[in-house]
Design a protein around this ligand. Structure first.
Ligand SMILES: [Zn+2]
Length: 202
């Protein structure tokens, strides 16, 4: 079945199964001929993933995918901004992709930087975009929150991916319309650097 014949749920199920294969070491082999052929053809990727800059999250690899299988937008902390929203509108509205995933990860340096109040050049305004997640998780944990613990930082990472997916729907009425009509699915997930597994949030 081609990507265009699958519904968003089928595409999501396939992606999650492909990640499980990757995590257990059942990985696709690099096929240079296939890659070259796909590279020279028009593209019809099955999904678009917004992920962090982190070098330990090679998006195509963790979903066991090859050239032309996925659109990937990467920015530290997988935050939403106008240009990322525009890129997602291209993927969904122009190219016809039916699944958008905002993918955070454990031990995220950008999330940790936000929790630690790091200020540095243009990174400051990027980390500010993670603050709503930080504040929400601080409320969740209450007075005794240990904002430097791995557990707290990973929970902020989850919340941040969830809020970025919500932000996309607020920022793009065009994508929100497709989602409301059941034609497109927007989800958020977390990639665990240790288990190499993606879990869906919510
Ligand atoms: Zn990160």
């Amino acid at each position: 079945m081609s990507n265009r014949e699958k519904n968003p749920e089928e595409i999501l199920k396939g992606l999650m199964e492909a990640n499980k294969d990757y995590a257990v070491g059942n990985r696709i082999e690099i096929d240079a001929k296939r890659d070259a052929a796909c590279s020279a053809r028009p593209q019809f990727p099955e999904a678009v993933i917004v992920s962090c800059l982190d070098s330990r999250v090679p998006v195509e690899q963790i979903f066991n995918k090859c050239v032309s299988d996925l659109f990937v937008a990467r920015v530290a902390g997988n935050v939403m901004n106008e240009d990322i929203v525009g890129s997602l509108e291209f993927a969904v509205l122009v190219n016809g992709v039916k699944l958008v995933m905002v993918l955070g990860h454990t031990s995220c340096g950008a999330v940790q930087g936000c929790c630690n109040g790091v200020e540095l050049g243009s990174l400051t305004q990027l980390l500010n975009k993670i603050k709503p997640a930080f504040e929400a998780v601080k409320l969740e944990y209450g007075e005794g929150a240990d904002i430097e613990s791995a557990e707290f930082i990973n929970r902020v990472g989850e919340k941040n991916a969830e809020l970025a997916a919500e932000q996309l729907l607020k920022s793009s009425p065009l994508i929100a319309e497709q989602v409301a009509a059941g034609k497109v699915k927007v989800v958020s997930g977390i990639y665990d650097l240790e288990s190499q597994l993606v879990s869906l949030i919510g």
